[in-house]
Design a binder for this molecule. Structure first.
Ligand SMILES: [Zn+2]
Length: 271
C-alpha cells in the first residue's frame, strides 16, 4: 500500500473500482482504476489506488446487523466520493468480500435508514462483484485501524428506560378529596386548561401527582363537570319515533299514497 507509486490521478474516461470492507466498528474503502498492464498480456491490468478512506461507525451504527454494516460501508464510501462516482460515464464496480450483501438481493422490509440508502443508491450507476477476503486485505486493514474503539465495552451501563418513566408504587397515594379537587381546578377547570377530555386529564394528573384509583375518580369528575357536559358533542342523536300510517281496510296497493314534506304528512287517495 505504501510502496512507490502510491496514488494516481483519476481518469474520468476509465471505469472506477470501489473496494469496500466493514468490520464491526468501521469501514475501509479504496477507490482505484486499472493502472499499468500485467506482465502476462492475457491478464487484466492491476488496480491502481486513487484514494483511501476509512471511518469508524457511530455507537448506533456499531449495533446494526452485519448486512446493514456492509451496505453502510458502501454508502459511506459513495457519500465520501460522490464527486467522483455520482456522474460516471460507465458503471463503476464495487468489489466486496462479504457474502452478507447477498441479503439485499431478496426483497426486505426496509427500516428508515435502509429506505434512505435505497433512495440514495438510485443516484449511482454501479455493479457489485464479490472478491475473496484474502484479496481484499487492504480494505480490511483500513476498516480496523489500530487504536480505535473496537467495541469491546459497547452497550455497558446503558439506561434503556430512564427511572422517570416508571411510576413508583410508593408514590401512589390515598389523596384527600380536597387535594384531588385542587388538582382538578388546576389541570381541568382552569381557563388555561380548557377542560381537556378524560385521557388528557389523567395524563396531566399522572405527571403531577398520581393516586390510587385516579382513573375512575377523574372519569366520574368529568361526567359531573357542568361545562364539559354542556359542550359535549352528542354522538347519539335521539331517534324520531316511526309514525304508523293508517289506511282503510281493504285498500289495494297504490290506491293510497303518502307525501312527506317539511315534517307534514299528506294522504292522497288515487281513486
Ligand atoms: Zn370540565
Amino acid at each position: 500500500m505504501c510502496s512507490h507509486p502510491v496514488l494516481t490521478q483519476p481518469d474520468f474516461e476509465k471505469p472506477f473500482f470501489l473496494q469496500t470492507d466493514a468490520s464491526a466498528y468501521g469501514v475501509g474503502t479504496i477507490l482505484s482504476q486499472e493502472g499499468e498492464h500485467h506482465a502476462v498480456a492475457s491478464q487484466k491490468p492491476k488496480l491502481h489506488p486513487i484514494t483511501y478512506y476509512s471511518a469508524t461507525f457511530t455507537p448506533t451504527e456499531q449495533n446494526y446487523d452485519i448486512y446493514e454494516q456492509e451496505l453502510l460501508a458502501i454508502m459511506k464510501a459513495l457519500t465520501h466520493w460522490q464527486h467522483y462516482l455520482g456522474w460516471t460515464k460507465t458503471p463503476f464496480t464495487i468489489l466486496t468480500d462479504h457474502a452478507n450483501l447477498q441479503y439485499w438481493k431478496a426483497p426486505q422490509k426496509l427500516n428508515h435508514h435502509t429506505a434512505r440508502w435505497h433512495a440514495d443508491l438510485q443516484e449511482y450507476d454501479f455493479v457489485i462483484k464479490h472478491i475473496p477476503g484474502k484479496i481484499n486485505t487492504s480494505a480490511n486493514k483500513l476498516s480496523c485501524p489500530p487504536n480505535t474503539d473496537q467495541g469491546e465495552n459497547d452497550n455497558q451501563d446503558q439506561m434503556l428506560l430512564k427511572p422517570k418513566l416508571f411510576i413508583n408504587a410508593a408514590h401512589l397515594l390515598m389523596l384527600p378529596e380536597s387535594s384531588k379537587r385542587n388538582l382538578m381546578a388546576l389541570i381541568h377547570d382552569h381557563p388555561t386548561a380548557r377542560h381537556p377530555g378524560c385521557g388528557e386529564t389523567i395524563r396531566k394528573a399522572t405527571e403531577v401527582l398520581p393516586w390510587t384509583g385516579m382513573c375512575q375518580w377523574i372519569s366520574d369528575y368529568i361526567k359531573g363537570c357542568a361545562i364539559c357536559q354542556q359542550n359535549k358533542i352528542l354522538t347519539h342523536q335521539p331517534k324520531i319515533p316511526l309514525y304508523q300510517i293508517t289506511m282503510k281496510e281493504g285498500t289495494l296497493p297504490f290506491q293510497q299514497i303518502v307525501i312527506v314534506t317539511n315534517s307534514f304528512l299528506f294522504l292522497y287517495n288515487t281513486t
